[in-house]
Design a protein around this ligand. Structure first.
Ligand SMILES: O=C(O)C1=C[C@@H](OP(=O)(O)O)[C@@H](O)[C@H](O)C1
Ligand SMILES: C=C(OP(=O)(O)O)C(=O)O
Length: 409
């Protein structure tokens, strides 16, 4: 499937049920932890490309491991392979992955004693990693570029001889993802503390208990249904499975954010129901430093509803699957909107009309494709390279078709 056309759709029913696969972030952490603690069992693991790549990489015996576009896999596996004694691996990825910085993590691992070299450009994948025992246990690193570097170190920390004491320098970005890592460590019996800017993880050379950990479904994927609900008629109800009111995923902040668009969320027995009610706002102001992955969804919801969207805390968007700030500006402006961007902020002016049959470029970014899809409730549009969604949500288009979206190839 290359491009698809989303024909302007009116959803006939008022009630929908959608089952979403497990969180890609939780899955990629737990897959790595299972490699270190084989006695744990996992349920509802994500069927995303990124989690499949993670599974394959962890069981690979090859000297070259290619993780394509999977950022968490790249960062987590760098730490993992660094401590696999006697193993030599070149860890590589897609063209874009070779542009996504990794120096902060590599330098932190090197400071702990790791043997890692750059195979092409300094500071970027591919990496040549010679696994060895790391004996040091204290390191500082910059925390304002990507929390994935910090999670990577935390995931291997309990298997280091003396555990790990991490000092985080500067402002800490994407904090909920760090807390998710610590919570999952806690669930398998690894003790840690996070006080001010210091995280300590205790060593653990014993086994974990043989418990089953059930991955909660993916909240970033749920964001597209919050957006759909916001654009639907009053009374529409979308029920999503399986979600918890107290989630480890920071993107669960969607529940609060989408209240402003009239989307009311209720939880019952791990099902989350979104119900569209009235709303009356002209502008939304948010700092998304703790939930960067929902920025595209929110910007498009606002564009579709003609609401001013003032987003801050977006500095990490420039180093994700594409420069998401530039991509959003370019594609929203093709549709007739007006967007101002800086290095860490986006301002969408109120839109008046939406251009029809615009072809949305997706820049190898799953979230570009999925964030623009709800617009089909307002106009017809084309989504280029539509299977890009499989990075996190392979069945996305089928699930939309089941709801009544008119989609043709
Ligand atoms: O740890 C994780 O699972 C993630 C952390 C975030 O990245 P940054 O910390 O680089 O913002 C997020 O954008 C990404 O999709 C997943
Ligand atoms: C940024 C993302 O993923 P990653 O960094 O793992 O490639 C994402 O899924 O939006």
């Amino acid at each position: 499937m290359s491009s698809i056309t989303l024909h302007k759709s009116e959803l006939k029913n008022r009630k929908f049920d959608v089952t979403i696969t497990g969180s890609k972030s939780e899955s990629n952490r737990l897959l790595l932890l299972k490699a270190l603690y084989p006695e744990i069992r996992l349920d509802n693991v994500s069927n995303s490309d990124d989690s499949q790549l993670m599974t394959k990489a962890l069981s690979s015996t090859s000297h070259i491991v290619d993780i394509h576009h999977a950022g968490t896999a790249m960062r987590f596996l760098t730490a993992f392979f660094a401590v696999q004694e006697g193993r030599e691996v070149t860890l590589t990825g897609s063209k874009r992955m070779k542009e996504r910085p990794i120096k902060i993590l590599v330098e932190a691992l090197q400071a702990l004693g790791a043997d890692i070299n750059y195979a092409e450009n300094e500071g970027f994948p591919p990496l040549k990693i010679k696994g060895k025992k790391l004996t040091k246990n204290k390191v500082s690193l910059k925390a304002n570029v990507s929390s994935q570097y910090i999670s990577a170190l935390l995931l291997i920390a309990s298997k280091l001889e003396n555990g790990l004491e991490l000092t985080l320098e500067g402002e800490i970005t994407s904090i909920p993802y760090i807390k998710m890592t610590l919570s999952l460590l806690d669930e398998i019996g690894v003790a840690s503390s996070f006080v001010n800017n210091t995280i300590t993880v205790k060593p653990n050379n014993s086994k974990s208990t043989a418990k089953t950990l059930t991955v909660e479904s993916d909240w970033s994927s749920a964001s597209y249904y919050f957006s759909i609900a916001a654009l639907c008629d009053m009374g529409t109800e979308i029920t999503l499975s399986s979600y918890k009111e107290n989630s480890l995923q920071g993107d669960s902040i969607l529940v609060d954010i989408y209240k402003a668009f009239g989307v009311v969320s209720t939880f019952k027995e791990n099902q989350l129901t979104l119900k569209k009610e009235t709303f009356n706002i002209e502008a939304i102001n948010l700092n998304l430093q703790n939930a960067p992955d929902i920025a595209q969804t929110i910007a498009v919801t606002c564009f579709a509803l003609g609401i001013v969207c003032n987003l801050k805390g977006l500095h990490t968007l420039k180093i994700k699957e594409t420069d998401r700030l530039v991509a959003l500006k370019t594609e929203i402006e093709k549709l007739g909107g007006q967007v101002d961007i800086t290095n860490d902020a986006l301002y969408l002016h109120p839109s008046k009309a939406i251009n029809e049959m615009v072809s949305i470029a997706t820049y190898h970014d799953h979230r570009m494709a999925m964030a623009f899809a709800p617009l089909a409730l307002k106009t017809s549009l084309v989504i280029e390279d539509a299977m890009v969604v499989s990075k996190s949500y392979p069945t996305f288009w089928n699930d939309l078709k089941t709801m009544g979206f008119k989609i043709s190839e």
